[in-house]
Design a protein around this ligand. Structure first.
Ligand SMILES: [Zn+2]
Length: 188
């Protein structure tokens, strides 16, 4: 069972869409091209390099990771699914401050699930990425440093924790399956 299956059955049904062919994404790509020209945002290769989550629909390029073991990006996008509401969508679109806050909590999920995501180097990579969303690099670094500090002091945000605990659950489940499998193997 993949983590995505586990998430769908335990928390939210998620629908995956091919970003390259979805009409809505073509429209968004057009708006982003205009935004890039007007220097409101700076997002290159929106269709191939970015994953977009709207409600419970995740628009990803066909090379999205559907593997059993989820990547940090998968856990990040699922945190957006947990956050989703109309208020969230409006805040995300209209306020840079809120956009940074929501993105930082999704990155906090990555930090909680993977020790390799808990470093200043990782924060800098993510802050560079958020610059494309119209967020100032220094603001992003500060906010992400706060999220990392919260992880280290066990004061994480509930949305990040929700995805993290589900991930930990799933890992335990997989470990049981693996042990049962090897015990079964020894019987023969
Ligand atoms: Zn995000």
């Amino acid at each position: 069972m993949t983590f995505l299956n586990h998430f769908c059955s335990e928390m939210h049904k998620v629908v995956f869409k091919d970003k390259a062919t979805a009409p809505l994404m073509k429209l968004v790509a057009l708006l982003i091209a205009v935004g890039n020209r007007l220097k409101i945002c700076d997002i290159r290769n929106f269709i191939t390099d970015y994953v977009t989550t709207i409600g419970n629909r995740i628009y990803a390029h066909p090379r999205w990771n559907y593997a059993t073991e989820p990547s940090p990006l998968v856990l990040h996008e699922l945190t957006h699914v947990v956050f989703w509401s109309t208020t969230y969508a409006l805040r995300y679109l209209l306020s840079k401050k809120w956009r940074l806050y929501y993105e930082s909590v999704c990155i906090q999920t990555e930090m909680m699930c993977f020790t390799r995501c808990r470093s200043n180097a990782y924060i800098k990579i993510k802050a560079r990425m958020l610059e494309g969303y119209g967020i100032r690099y220094s603001d992003a670094v500060n906010e992400l440093a706060k999220r990392l500090h919260e992880v280290e002091t066990n004061r994480h945000h509930p949305e990040a924790a929700k995805v993290y605990y589900l991930y930990a659950d799933w890992q335990r489940l997989m470990e049981h399956v693996r042990l049962a499998g090897s015990a079964h193997h020894e019987d023969h």
